[in-house]
Ligand binder design. Structure first.
Ligand code: FES
Length: 122
């Protein structure tokens, strides 16, 4: 079971939600399902509105580190993914800190999701 805690400047308090096995949608879909106000526009990895910061809390090897090609481009254009971070993700299995909620697939792990509530600002 995934345990996802959302914390946003536009939220009155943090909220933890649980995603059961088989509920392997995007982080943005999970947020929308629980009325978490992560900003979004395109929902397709192109606008960068859904930028979030992910912290892995359970000490296990992170699973959801594969970035889509759109996510790589959008994060790079917005200064959130440089060559070192990309190489670490692809070669050393170390996830980058910033992700796009519409591209991040929720896995069976415990994560903290931080966002500002401003589109494209973590
Ligand atoms: Fe546009 Fe996620 S909503 S990149």
């Amino acid at each position: 079971m995934a345990t996802v805690t959302f914390t946003g400047l536009n939220m009155p308090k943090d909220m933890t939600v649980y995603a059961v096995a088989g509920d392997t949608g995007t982080l943005l879909a999970l947020a929308k399902k629980h009325d978490i106000p992560i900003p979004f526009q395109c929902q397709d990895g192109e606008c960068g509105s859904c930028l979030v910061k992910i912290t892995y809390l359970d000490g296990k090897t992170p699973m959801a580190i594969d970035l889509t090609e759109k996510e790589k481009v959008t994060l790079s254009v917005n200064g959130k993914l440089n060559r070192d971070l990309l190489e670490a993700a692809e070669n050393a299995h170390r996830p980058p800190p910033y992700r796009l909620a519409c591209q991040f697939i929720v896995r069976d792990e415990t994560i903290l999701v931080e966002f500002s509530g401003e589109p494209g600002v973590e």
